[in-house]
Structure formats: structure tokens, C-alpha cells
Ligand binder design. Structure first.
Ligand SMILES: NC(=O)C1=CN([C@@H]2O[C@H](COP(=O)(O)OP(=O)(O)OC[C@H]3O[C@@H](n4cnc5c(N)ncnc54)[C@H](OP(=O)(O)O)[C@@H]3O)[C@@H](O)[C@H]2O)[C@@H](O)CC1
Ligand SMILES: Nc1ncnc2c1ncn2[C@@H]1O[C@H](COP(=O)(O)OP(=O)(O)O)[C@@H](O)[C@H]1O
Ligand SMILES: [K+]
Length: 511
């Protein structure tokens, strides 16, 4: 599991630990881990050109100390200072002592700002290159253009608002160069708490973060800027409170996935009931059933008007045309995909919500479900809106939900006293309490008609197999995302379910 904590929690834990260890210990640990990660990315350190962009805070300090460590291993290093007067004194001294070159980001030419600290060797010599989008006289731009690796230490968890003009210019130069980019703690310009970006931000290939993940590293759009996130343990773990967000990894999913045992029969494995499709949208029924058949429950019961289409595609489905309450044994229901919003749809959704078993409501089901009926339920309830559906449920604009997804998914979960899975490029899963689960296994190719129907069937099947609401929703989103990545592109939603067995993490399968 990846755990993420708020900036406030990180700062408090840092204070607790700092009171117990010699001064500078945490930054030394952070910089050591950072330098090791950079060395790993470079492969060979000796003779490579490394540039650190250093802001005036501790984030810049981390970058400078790491740069000094790389210089000691033979890299030619250049520190680009955004605020030379306020640069981290210890970090700067370390770079100078290691023979690194120091330049001022704002200087118009040469090794400007009077802070030239000597050359770190041939590889870092400051000849002025012609970087794309960077003026020929710009020493910082030239160093960035020639770099093998750039460390982004402009700003970390102390960042406020969008990047300032100097930083914006450097972020653009970094993007134009072919250098690998490692963000220090966070890509500069992204919001640590929410994953929002205000204007320009640094685009990293990897982010080395300290102590714990920050929610913004795991949530889009910031997650797209972070590249591969890596955690360096600096010892604050024992002082951190419960996380605000978390993300399942393969091992967590493998441990949660249901698999039959010697004593299993189809009823013990769980029967999932699917109420979906209509004369107008029979395909939604087929797609939801396709997902349900791949979740690991023992049987799929379809109830509705699209039984012929379902059975033609999936002969193993148990099909009936009557009411959900007369359909026979069901351990969890999925209601809503393609159901329409007529009176009849309202009635069957109400019937399903009245059942004392786990229920997932999606799509049209969300439009016709009675809020009080949802709130009154005792068995787990999972709602799976996309941003537009969540906006309708909350009575806000879709754009508001999209801009502040974390806030809105939490609010909806509390208002409806249910597990809410908010779909999108990163999928967020919130229960009324506890950490929000973040899933980013998906791909933009999943934005294809009907892919949400497959997801709802899959999650319903996991509910029927016995997973709780939060686990079923997050495991379902995880597998659905991986299935999208495994499918040849472009794909149709009907191709997704067959990929699910191929992407189940190792260690499961019940064999
Ligand atoms: N917590 C921990 O456990 C540990 C934390 N560690 C490290 O400390 C980092 C936090 O350091 P921090 O508190 O000094 O803040 P930081 O991120 O450097 O930013 C402040 C500076 O940025 C500036 N600035 C602000 N906004 C800006 C913008 N939009 N665009 C441009 N500039 C902007 C702001 O300028 P000012 O407003 O003062 O003019 C100020 O100078 C953390 O991320 C981690 O790397 C590790 O060493 C080990 C343990
Ligand atoms: N850009 C994206 N990146 C990753 N996944 C996405 C992206 N856009 C949509 N998805 C996923 O695709 C699915 C779309 O579901 P939904 O909006 O309900 O579509 P439909 O109603 O057509 O089935 C969701 O699982 C969602 O998280
Ligand atoms: K940074």
C-alpha cells in the first residue's frame, strides 16, 4: 500500500523527530536517498552532467546536498539558484566544497550573479549552448540544455500558488531539454494536498518523496507531472497519524482478491445480480455481465429486459425477466447501467436498494435512486458516478467536481453515507470515514462508451464474493485499469473483461 499524508501531518511528524535527532539529520537522510535514486537513474555517475534547480527553501537544500554527493562521485554538477541571497547555506557550501559550479537563474549571461563556484569538471563546463526556447546568453538555460539529469528543487511542500516567472522559465527550459528529470519531494508547481496545478509545473520522470507520499503525488493532474513516485524513508513514520489517502499495490490486491477453495461451491463464492440494460441500451446489460463474470463470484444472475442479448453472449448467465425481489438468491446487486430513467427503472432500483445485501448503483441508477433510501441502508452501498453524475448528486457544476475531486468525493460519501467511487483519469474511492483510496492503474483509452458498465459488474461481483465496499470498489478499479492497459488499442468496452484474468496480480487464482 502507498500511504499519503497531509502537509500539516508531515510537518508535525518532522518536528517530533527533529527534537530527537541531531540537527540536519533529516535533510541528510533525504539528500542521501535522493542522490542514490539519481545515481540509479544515471547508471554511471562519473562524468555525467547534473543540474540542480534550487529554490530558497529546504527543498532547494535537499537538491543541493544531493548534488554535492553526486559531484563527489564524479558527476559534473551545476547548481542553478532561484534566489542566490537566500539559498540554503549548508547545501550551497557543500556544492562548492565538492567543486560544483553555481549560477544565478536570473543572470543574463555567463556564470552570473557573482556566485560562480568553480567548475565541477569538463562535463559541467559552462559553455553556452543553444537550448530550444532559451536565449543563447542564458547560462542556466545552457546548463539545463546540456544536462543528463536535472534535479527539481525549486519548491516542495512549502509551495504556494503557481510558479513564479523565474521558475516558469526554468520549467520550460527543462521540458525543452532531453535531460531526465527528478523532482525533489514534489514536482514544483503542483499542490501537495490536492493534486491541482496552477499554471506551469515541472514535468518529472521520477519524483523522490520523503517520509510519506503526499496526496497530490497520486492524484491527477499532478500525478502526471510526478512520473514514477519513489519514497525515501527519513524516519518520520512512527510520528505520522492515519493517512488521508492510500493507493493499493499489486500485493494488496493479490491479498484481497477472492479465490475458490476446496470447500467452495457457486453459492459460497457469491451470486451477483445485475439489473441493467433496456430496450434502448441492451448492450449495457451485456457489458455489466461481462465484468461480473470476471470478478470471482460463483454465478451471475441477470434481471431485466435484455436477457436474450445477455444469454446469447454469456450462456452461463442466469437470466430472468421478472422483478429483482423474485429473482432468487443474490449476495450483491448491481443496478443502473443502461437502465433508462423511466418509472420502471425507478421502481427496480428502489427494490434493489431495499434488499439487505450489498448494492452498487451506477449510471441511470444514480439518477433515479432515492437519496433517503440510500442513506437508510445498512448493508454496504457503493455508488460509481463520473464527474457529471457526482455534480448532479451534489447540486454543483461538473467543473467544480473536476477541479477539486478529492473534496467532492469525500463530501458525497458523507452526504449519502455510502462508498463513492468517482471515475476519471485517477479514480477516487471515499467512504464516509477513513482514507480515500486512489487508483491510477488506468489509461485514457478507457474513456470509451460502456467501459464504466464493465467496471460496475466487476465491482458487484467482488461485493458478492465477500469484499467490503471500499475494498471491492478499489480492487475493481485497479483491475479495470490494468485490463485497459493490457488491451490492444483502440479497444471497445466489450474487449475489457477478457483481459481481467490476465492482469490479476500474482499469487491468486485459487490453484
Ligand atoms: N518535512 C520534512 O520532513 C522534511 C522536508 N524536507 C524538505 O523540505 C521541503 C520543505 O521546505 P520548506 O518548508 O523550506 O519549503 P519549500 O518547499 O522549500 O518552499 C519554500 C520556498 O519556496 C518559495 N516558494 C513558495 N511558493 C513558490 C512558488 N509558487 N514558486 C516559486 N517559489 C515558491 C518560497 O519563497 P518565499 O515565499 O519565501 O519568497 C520559499 O523560499 C520539503 O518539500 C522537502 O523537500 C527534507 O529536507 C527532509 C525532511
Ligand atoms: N483519461 C482517463 N484515464 C483513465 N481512465 C479513464 C479516463 N477517462 C475515463 N476513464 C475510466 O473509464 C471509465 C469510464 O466510465 P464511464 O464514464 O461510466 O463511461 P460509460 O458510461 O460510457 O461506461 C471509468 O472507469 C473511468 O475511470
Ligand atoms: K520540487
Amino acid at each position: 500500500m502507498r500511504y499519503a499524508h497531509s502537509v500539516e501531518a508531515v510537518r508535525a511528524a518532522e518536528r517530533e523527530l527533529m527534537a530527537r535527532v541531531p540537527e540536519g539529520t533529516l535533510m541528510r537522510r533525504a539528500a542521501g536517498g535522493l542522490a542514490a535514486a539519481c545515481a540509479g537513474m544515471l547508471g554511471r555517475v562519473y562524468g555525467r552532467r547534473v543540474v540542480a534547480l534550487a529554490g530558497s527553501g529546504d527543498n532547494g537544500g535537499d537538491a543541493l546536498y544531493a548534488l554535492a554527493l553526486l559531484a563527489r562521485r564524479g558527476a559534473g554538477v551545476t547548481a542553478v539558484l532561484l534566489a542566490p541571497d537566500r539559498a540554503h547555506a549548508g547545501g550551497l557550501a557543500a556544492v562548492r566544497a565538492a567543486g560544483g559550479r553555481v549560477i544565478d537563474a536570473g543572470a543574463g549571461g555567463g556564470a552570473g550573479g557573482g556566485s560562480d563556484g568553480g567548475s565541477g569538471g569538463d562535463a559541467a563546463d559552462g559553455s553556452e549552448g543553444g537550448a530550444a526556447g532559451v536565449s543563447a546568453g542564458d547560462a542556466a538555460g545552457a546548463a539545463i540544455a546540456r544536462a543528463d539529469l536535472v534535479l527539481d528543487g525549486i519548491v516542495g511542500i512549502g509551495g504556494r500558488g503557481g510558479l513564479r516567472p523565474d521558475a516558469v522559465r526554468l520549467a520550460a527550459a527543462v521540458r525543452a531539454s532531453g535531460a531526465a528529470v527528478v523532482a525533489v519531494d514534489l514536482p514544483s508547481g503542483v499542490d501537495a494536498e490536492t493534486g491541482e496545478t496552477a499554471g506551469e509545473a515541472v514535468r518529472a520522470d521520477a519524483t523522490v518523496t520523503f517520509g510519506t507520499y503526499k496526496p497530490g503525488l497520486l492524484i491527477d493532474p499532478a500525478a502526471q507531472y510526478a512520473g514514477a513516485p519513489r519514497l525515501v524513508d527519513i524516519g518520520i513514520g512512527p510520528y505520522l497519524p492515519a493517512p488521508v489517502a492510500e493507493a493499493l499495490q499489486d500485493a494488496d490486491v493479490a491479498a484481497l482478491l477472492p479465490a475458490p477453495t476446496g470447500e467452495s461451491d457457486k453459492y459460497r463464492r457469491g451470486v451477483v445480480g445485475v439489473v441493467a440494460g433496456s430496450a434502448r441500451y441492451p448492450g449495457a446489460a451485456v457489458l455489466a455481465v461481462s465484468g461480473a463474470l470476471r470478478g470471482g463470484s460463483g454465478a451471475v444472475r441477470y434481471v431485466g429486459s435484455a436477457g436474450d442479448a445477455v444469454i446469447a453472449r454469456f450462456p452461463e448467465a442466469l437470466v430472468s425477466a421478472g422483478r429483482p425481489s423474485q429473482a432468487g438468491r443474490v449476495q450483491a446487486w448491481v443496478a443502473g447501467p443502461g437502465l433508462g430513467r423511466e418509472e420502471d427503472a425507478r421502481a427496480v432500483v428502489a427494490e434493489v436498494l431495499a434488499a439487505d445485501v450489498p448494492v452498487l448503483v451506477d449510471a441511470d441508477g444514480l439518477a433515479v435512486a432515492d437519496r433517503e433510501a440510500i442513506r437508510a441502508r445498512r448493508a454496504p452501498t457503493v455508488l460509481t458516478p463520473h464527474a457529471g453524475e457526482a455534480a448532479a448528486l451534489l447540486g454543483v457544476d461538473r467543473a467544480d467536481v473536476e477541479a477539486r475531486r478529492l473534496e467532492h468525493v469525500r463530501r458525497l460519501a458523507r452526504e449519502l453515507d455510502a462508498v463513492v467511487l468517482l471515475k476519471g483519469s485517477t479514480t477516487l474511492i471515499a467512504a464516509p470515514d477513513g482514507p480515500v483510496r486512489i487508483n491510477s492503474t488506468g489509461t485514457a483509452w478507457l474513456s470509451t462508451a460502456g467501459s464504466g458498465d464493465v467496471l460496475s459488474g466487476l465491482i458487484g461481483s467482488l461485493l458478492a464474493a465477500g469484499l467490503g465496499g471500499r475494498d471491492a470498489a478499489s480492487v475493481g478499479a485497479y483491475l479495470h485499469g490494468l485490463a485497459g492497459r493490457a488491451a490492444p488499442v483502440p479497444f471497445g468496452a466489450h474487449e475489457l473483461a477478457d483481459r481481467i484474468p490476465l492482469v490479476r496480480p500474482e499469487g491468486t487464482g485459487g490453484r
